[in-house]
Design a protein around this ligand. Structure first.
Ligand code: GTR
Length: 361
């Protein structure tokens, strides 16, 4: 059934190189680079490049979550291409008992700053650490004419080249700078370091995880259009709509392929490229039954369409039955996990609990 549904979507082939040669396990890394470069070219823009090492300084430390954890606020600083540097805050919360002898899994949580998406005590109680940073402290989520925060350092003259990064790429780049910090800490289990985000920040988590292979786990919560959902045949939000309402999330060039739905469905890529770029690491996609704007069916089908990348490498990809998901379903036995939560567009404790289960597996 799923193969028939996917055939109707007529997706561009995942495992055939631009020059027409079929991808093998040996050429996967080359193909992965191609997938990333196609996504950069048409959708998110070129990822910012590191021009020097990330540094950090501790600003504040306190016991949190009723005394079961310690939260530390760091200022993270990295050099920028204009010869200056950029600094943003991150709050790292580590459960008591985490140490070099007893390292814990950790999430880089790209956040809106809304407390209702972050049931901190419940998460920390499960013995995982979270490093939260807020999108608006890195790149303003709106049309700032590229004049504020990180944008001002990447585009000092206020002009953005057509293939340059949008805000999603800037937030994703910042997630990697937070990862620089996490990887320096003995109390973090380096084999379990995930990136997680909801909605526009779920798209961001996917893009961060696709680019930075040091993330061992990638979590997309209700990311929908230009996130986990296949674009061809998608219901709810479309490329023309998202590109006109949120042009600053993407590259300038994305406008060219988003003039109308037909054009956006004739591109040489679809979102299964984004999911597959996480292979052979672990990927998790979550949807919610009432989130039609994101389109749970298209998110689910994308997992199925990306799965051959894992299979090519001899890994179990997406292990799910040959049917569409029902509310409450969770398929997380392979390296690609998925669940369909009953409810609306939200990052809930139920989502977090599944992610924690998956990262601990
Ligand atoms: C919506 C947007 C979605 C999604 C969401 C969010 O307005 O259309 O793509 O990202 O915002 O981030 O909450």
């Amino acid at each position: 059934m799923l193969n028939e549904l996917l055939e109707k979507r007529a997706l561009p082939p995942l495992l055939v190189s631009a020059d027409g040669t079929p991808t093998t396990a040996e050429t996967w890394e080359k193909r992965r680079r191609e997938l990333l470069s196609t996504l950069e070219e048409y959708e998110y823009g070129r990822m910012p490049r590191s021009v020097g090492p990330t540094t950090w300084s501790e600003k504040h430390r306190e016991r949190t979550a009723g005394g079961v954890a310690v939260s530390t606020v760091y200022d993270i600083t990295f050099p920028t291409p204009d010869g200056e540097s950029f600094t943003f805050p991150v709050t790292l919360s580590v459960p008591d008992g985490a140490s070099a002898e007893n390292p814990v899994p950790a999430f880089v949580y790209i956040s809106f700053g809304f407390p209702w998406y972050y049931p901190m005590e419940e998460i920390l109680d499960q013995n995982v650490a979270v490093a939260e940073f807020v999108m608006n402290s890195v790149a303003f989520d709106g049309d700032d004419k590229w004049g504020t925060l990180l944008s001002a350092h990447l585009f000092p003259d206020g002009k953005r080249a057509p293939d340059a990064t949008g805000k999603i790429g800037m937030w994703a780049f910042a997630a990697s700078r937070v990862l620089d910090l996490l990887l320096s800490l003995d109390c973090v289990d380096k084999t379990r370091v995930g990136v997680v985000g909801h909605s526009r920040l779920g798209k961001t988590a996917l893009w961060a995880g696709a680019n930075d292979e040091r993330f061992t786990h990638v979590f997309s919560n209700d990311s929908g259009c230009s996130g986990a959902a296949i674009t061809r045949g998608k219901v709810g939000e479309t490329f023309p709509r998202i590109a006109s309402v949120f042009p600053y999330w993407f590259s300038e060039k994305m406008q060219e392929i988003s003039t109308d739905v037909e054009t956006s469905e004739r591109t040489p890529f679809d979102q299964h490229f984004l999911l597959a770029a996480a292979a052979p690491r672990k990927l998790y996609v979550a949807s919610a039954t009432e989130d039609e704007w994101a389109d749970p069916v298209s998110e689910y089908l994308a997992c199925r369409a990306a799965s051959p990348a894992w299979e090519l490498l001899g890994e179990p990809g997406f292990l799910a039955p040959d049917r569409l998901p029902e509310g409450g379903d969770c398929f997380a036995d392979g390296k690609v996990g998925y669940h369909l939560r009953i409810g609306t567009h939200f990052l809930s404790r139920k989502d977090w609990n599944r992610y924690i289960e998956f990262i601990k597996k």
